[in-house]
Design a protein around this ligand. Structure first.
Ligand code: WTA
Length: 637
């Protein structure tokens, strides 16, 4: 099967783009007609960004797993759907053909049903990168339950917050996770998260590391036991539950500029069409290709480009449990060689980290199967781009620099591999269907082609978020109120004379650390929970490998004799409240923060100090006490 809506030339890209803007409903309904629907839609699109309300394929009925699994069984049943490389290269890898994946997903649906999971229930998933994670996700989708995957680097407190926000009554986890040389005790973290939570009915625990875990009678059950019961009863097929196109498919929590993470909600129909379309076009997937996306399924990239995008396209998707630098920095390259990977999709932070090991880890590795390279998650600097292009792609593989967000479901701005031109450091052109604009401070659309401004989108695409779980007003204020009538991305961008976009980074108080989104307010709240802390201010600064590092200015109460201990304690507090991924890289103790007379912290100044731009701080006349700045500069780390 080839893909009728795969764009094959630059000319065709412009033609399709034009069509998608002139007649969005016609454009998307044509693409959607290539999927399996139980019932076709009554209306392609209804929308209003004021409320906001966006409905795609209204009235249509489907189950996304019939598109990801059932429809491939006839002609691709024996083709690999999911391949898995374990953390330890000495251990066995696994290959799930479409038949086998279908069988496992159906059996696990029975497990879910036997444990009381029904359509509309929320299921929190906290698992390592093992095939059972993908199976759990797909089984939830098949039974109509709303999955909310939480990345393994989040703490018990973060899980507990998400669990309560989503009111998830079911959890799927494992005893532990392998990550390089580390074992992470996932079940025990879940147990901590569940202290004081009385609404969780079942915790299904898969075995992975087999460290001792506590199993509570009546609540905790083993995945393997439950699976065996299903097999003993001879249960196999599980009919997919019919979903409305606009029924929620999943909730994924992500950080914003204020307070607690928001539960971004994606729905069944639009999400399916958009992830599939962007997968096929961005990566120019050809039947039989092996697609290796190195993200964790705990992030949107894993949802869309390990699970739903590739599987809905009948592709072969490779998932990896470990880390790029263990047992050595040649891990990715060994995997490429072992599986004859054709498409490699990773993050700039991974590239920069591997680059720092030089060329030795590439020695003897055959990377000739690679055809297409991709990056996601943060801006890629030219040095990393060139290294990737020359050493990994051997100057033959186009690199797609894909810009998008948790809220957008799939890729919004990118070059299409080998079809539209690449430009190092630039995400380049919008996907068909996507109408980006740059707006100035006042919210006016900038008409000139060559410009810089805040990046907004003025028309819905099928993958746009529908709401933030349990709090629609929050969705409106976070994304649709800064510039009324537009979806505001939170990113700044440049546009060149040819209409290419370069994303320059967040313009709000959100950091991007190793491609992970972290809100400064969240980190400050966590630091402020440490007993000795009076106040803190957190900003980002350029970091060679992570892209951005976290710089915290902290005011302590009383005297602390050992600064190093206090730093470690603060880090431990942040680990407990958010997770190890949010630990500050630098903590500077200060006696005061630069504030305006109205009490607002002037972050602009703190950012400049952290970035080591000590020349001029601009207008500081509104500062309550300008002497504070000098003191902070003196104590800079
Ligand atoms: C940033 C990840 C520059 C951006 C899919 C965005 C990028 C945030 C790129 C979303 C890119 C993502 N170039 N910046 N190619 N891709 N970003 O929700 O700031 O984890 O707003 O989604 O990452 O991060 P999120």
């Amino acid at each position: 099967m080839s893909y009728p809506y795969q764009i094959k030339s630059l000319e065709q890209y412009y033609e399709q783009y034009e069509k998608s803007v002139q007649d969005p409903e016609g454009f998307w309904s044509e693409i959607a007609s290539h999927f399996v629907w139980r019932k076709k839609w009554d209306k392609v699109l209804e929308w209003n960004f004021e409320e906001p309300r966006v409905e795609w394929f209204k009235g249509a009925k489907l189950n996304i797993t019939e598109n990801c699994l059932d429809r491939h069984l006839a002609d691709k049943g024996e083709q690999p759907a999911l391949m898995w490389e374990p953390n330890d290269p000495e251990n066995h890898h696994r290959v799930f053909t479409y038949n086998r994946l279908y069988e496992h997903v159906c059996k696990f649906c029975h497990v879910l049903a036997n444990n009381g999971v029904k359509k509309g229930d929320r299921v929190l998933i906290y698992m390592p990168m093992i095939p059972r994670l993908a199976i759990a996700v797909l089984a939830c989708a098949r039974i109509g339950a709303i999955h909310s995957v939480v990345f393994g680097g989040f703490s018990a407190q973060s899980i507990s917050d998400r669990l309560r926000d989503a009111r998830a009554e079911f959890i799927i986890t494992s005893d532990g996770a392998f990550r390089g040389q580390k074992d992470i005790p996932l079940k025990s973290i879940i147990d901590d998260a569940l202290i004081g939570v009385d609404f969780v009915k079942k915790v299904i625990v898969a075995t992975r590391t087999r460290i001792p875990v506590s199993m509570l009678k009546g609540r905790d059950v083993w995945w393997e036991d439950e699976f065996e019961k299903v097999e003993t009863l001879g249960l196999s097929d599980f009919p997919a539950v019919e979903m409305d196109a606009e029924d929620p498919l999943f909730i994924l929590y992500t950080s914003g500029s204020t307070g607690k993470p928001k539960g971004v909600v994606h729905t069944c129909g639009g999400y399916m069409v958009y992830t599939n379309y962007t997968f096929i076009n961005t990566f120019q997937y050809q039947p039989g290709d092996v697609h290796f996306c190195t993200a964790d399924i705990g992030w949107i990239t894993g949802h869309s480009y390990i699970v739903y995008g590739p599987l809905s396209a009948g592709a072969t998707s490779l998932m990896f449990e470990g880390i790029p630098t263990w047992p050595d920095a040649g891990r990715f390259w060994s995997i490429v060689q072992k599986y004859n990977v054709n498409i490699l999709y990773t993050a700039p932070t991974a590239i920069r980290s591997l680059m720092s090991y030089g060329k030795d880890p590439l020695e003897g590795k055959n990377l000739s199967s690679l055809r297409i390279l991709g990056t996601v998650g943060e801006p890629i600097n030219e040095e990393a781009w060139n290294w990737y292009y020359e050493n990994i792609g051997n100057k033959k593989c186009p690199i797609v620099d894909t810009w998008w967000q948790t809220e957008t479901a799939g890729i919004l701005i990118t070059n299409l591999a080998g079809v539209t031109p690449a430009k190092a450091g630039w995400a380049t052109l919008p996907m068909p269907g996507l109408q980006p604009v740059l707006v100035d401070e006042k919210g006016n659309e900038i008409e000139e082609t060559e410009a810089s401004g805040n990046l907004c989108i003025k028309f819905p695409w099928p993958g746009i978020l529908r709401t933030t779980y349990g709090d629609h007003e929050r969705c409106r204020t976070a994304y649709f109120s800064a510039y009324p009538g537009y979806y505001f991305t939170g990113d700044g961008a440049l546009r060149d004379a040819n209409g290419n976009y370069k994303i320059t980074g967040r313009v709000d108080d959100v950091l991007n650390v190793s491609g992970h989104r972290i809100g400064t307010a969240e980190v400050e709240n966590a630091i402020n929970m440490h007993a000795g802390v009076v106040e803190s201010a957190v900003v980002g600064y350029p970091h060679d490998v992570k892209g951005q590092g976290i710089y915290a200015y902290v005011i302590l109460s009383g005297k602390h004799l050992d600064e190093e201990h206090t730093r470690n304690d603060i880090n431990m507090t942040v680990s407990r409240i958010i997770g190890p991924i949010a630990k500050p890289d630098k903590i500077q103790f200060v006696t005061n923060l630069p504030k305006t007379r109205s009490g607002k912290i002037m972050r602009r100044i703190l950012r400049k100090i952290a970035e080591n731009e000590l020349g001029s701080f601009g207008d500081t006349s509104t500062l309550l006490d300008p002497g504070v700045v000098e003191e902070i500069v003196q104590g800079k780390l």
